[in-house]
Each structure stands twice: as C-alpha cells, then as structure tokens.
Design a protein around this ligand. Sequence first.
Ligand code: CO
Length: 285
Amino acid sequence: MSTRTIRQRVPALEVTEGAGVTVHRSIGTPALRNLDPFLMLDHFGSDNPDEYIAGFPDHPHRGFITFTYMLDGHMQHRDSMGNQGELMPGGVQWMKAASGVIHSEMPRQANGLMRGFQLWINLPASEKMSDPAYQEFSSAAIPEVALSAGKVRVLAGTFNGTRGVIEDPSTDVLYLDVALPANAAFSLPLDESRHAFVYVFEGSAQLAKDALSQHTLAVLDEGDTVDVTAGAEGTRFILVAGRPIGEPVVQYGPFVMNTRAEIEQAMADYQAGKLVQTRAAMSGH
Ligand code: CO
C-alpha cells in the first residue's frame, strides 16, 4: 500500500470564455497542458451576472467529451443531436462530441450564484470520429454514499460498491464529489494506472501530509490509495481519475485530434457546415 502524494499544484487561472464568461482554468493552462486523458478543467463560480450572463452561444466540439457538473444555478443546453437539457443544481451532463457537435450552454437566470465545473475528457483515436452521445441526470438521480463522517456523490465510476450514473467506458472515468466535516478522513483505493487529481472548492484539506488549498488543482503522484483529511472548517472537493490514452494530442480550441491534418480537416468541415455528421437524437434523462 502506498498513499498518493501531490506531484504538482496548479493554481487556477482566470480566463474569459464563451461570449464573455469568467472561468477558472487549471488543466489546459501553460502549467499543465493536459493530464491524460483530461484536457481541460474549468471551475465557474460567481454571483455577479456580468461574469456569466453572456453564456456560451452555439459553438463546435470534435474529438472528445465534455462533462459538466452544476453546483448552483441553471443553464440550458441545446445541441445538434436535438437534445435540450436543463442543468440544475447538483445535476450532471456528459456529452460525447466525438465526430462533431454544435451546442449552446446559456444561463437561465438573471442573477444569483452560478457555480460548477466543466471537464474535457479525451477520446482514443478509434472513437474520435464515432457518433456523438449524450447523458444527463438531475441531482436526485445521483447516488450518495454516507461515510462515518461526510458523504460522497458518485457521478461516474464506482465508490464502495456504488456505481455512478454516468457511463464513461473509453477511459473509465471516476468522478466523485466528496464533502467532509472538520478533521474527517476519507480513503479510497485507486488503481495505480489511473491519472488522478483533486480540486478543493470549499474549506481546506490535506492529501496525505500535503496541504490542499481552494482553487488549486492537485495532480496526484503514483500510488494505490488516496487519503484526504479535512481541515478545521471541513472541506468539499472533487476527486477525478481516468485511464490514460497515451496518444498524441493536437488541439486547436474546441477541436482535439491526434494530428495536425485532422485539425485542418475539422476546421474545413466546420467552415463548410459539415462538422456535424450525425443529427439523430440520443438518449437522455
Ligand atoms: Co461546449
């Protein structure tokens, strides 16, 4: 048994996205271009409508998955598959853009708190040009596991025998939202082969002997166990892990492929109105 320590701390940078939305980016910045299979992590959290009201009007994606976890607020999603989704507090959305999706993510509130995460998960070459797919679940559908002190929401993967709602077979993503009261401990066996990170968004905590602070992504080093202890005010964090793909990553904005030629094809397809290859509606909840 070896507990994982922190390999790298990545403070989230403020970035303007969409039509003028402020997000805090950790994965996908110069300090950490990607963490295979993860391409980007944006944390959004503001009660100032100027920072979110412009939303994300129609935009394309190709070659990967977007995984959105809403903590507070209300966003409406529409996509070229014909899906319309309402992202409400505690809800989760998994969108496999694969060969191509055009979608919008727009706020359905004029004020109040908007808070959550968007994670981009890469796809292996064999799936980059496959059909898009979509999964969406409301907060009530997400299983919660009670700890002796604290609780764990299982969004994807399995925790203590409880399986999350999102199925992510390509890289076996584990996505947990862990809430711990003051000084409580959390421990999780985690396959050595998985790349993993922790992002604290409330309170503070320690990973093994290393301090974890808010809005700083902690990349976990090798080991087979994750041990987190909450600080004096308790803590809430996401713990995410996935199987690395081990292929070249060539990214141009919302297109993530394996080669420069594939990126040029994606841009040409988009300009010619051919990015979206499958328009059939996919399953959603
Ligand atoms: Co998008």
